[in-house]
Design a protein around this ligand. Sequence first.
Ligand code: ZN
Length: 298
Amino acid sequence: MKFEGENIIKFMERFPDDHSCLKYLSEVKWSNGFTCSKCGHQKHTIRKKNLARDCNRCHHIESPTADTLFHSLRFGIRKAFMIVFEMSATTKGLSSSQLAKRYGISRQTAWAFSHKVRIAMQSNGDHPMKGNVQVDEFVFGGKETLKQGRSTDSKKKKLIGAVELTEAGKVKRVYFDKLVDYSSKSLTRIFDNHISKEARVLTDKWTGYVPIGKYFNIEQKYSDKGGSMKQMHTIIHQVKSWLRSVFSWVHEGHIEKYLAEYSFRINRSIYRRTIFHKLIERMIIAKPTTYQLIKVST
Ligand SMILES: [Zn+2]
């Protein structure tokens, strides 16, 4: 039942129309059976046309898209499935203007929906990083300078990244967070959300990390022009060039969602076969949101 793989022909065959997508959604959504959200009754009738569940007791009708990130879509569910598939399969990312052209939808609609997919990509923090982890801060946007050190340019977005390494020293997982400043209070959030207390963490000599060392196993080394944290710096370099190449501008309030998209693809890359299904599951679990809400979110 689960769709697997990244083959677009197989995807098109599996989802030839809106009905096949609704069927998939309803199977995932009600995989443990249907319970009426209004009265708790379980007996129901399935409406043929849109596969909505009609409660036999109170006659509340629930569609497969209700209360999910597919709620009140402004275009067909099949287009939505294709966008989710593309966003899960590509390593490059797609801008909203590209999506708008490819699917014949407005740029605003494309923008809002792709942000909904990014919301589903955000980590729930259930699997903190263990083993060897590298943490470093970086900046994005504004004027690029070669000057070392912590930038105070207000146009630059201050960010922090953490990378977990495999035994062989390869990148296993990455997470990012936005920083208000370089204080311990700001820096500590990525530790609390994504790093296990047992992890062996490497940072540079910045004093902001010292207080965090009371709770986490931190080793501080001179950055040596990035030499001591090679994998972290490669990731920082890649994510910055990805942000620059795909998006002409990334609004401060939304940068976390773009970073979530980047992390999601890296972190799920060992489970590539089920990446689409996983994303559909997360889109169903997540609460619905709207263009207006995404627009003002920070
Ligand atoms: Zn009911």
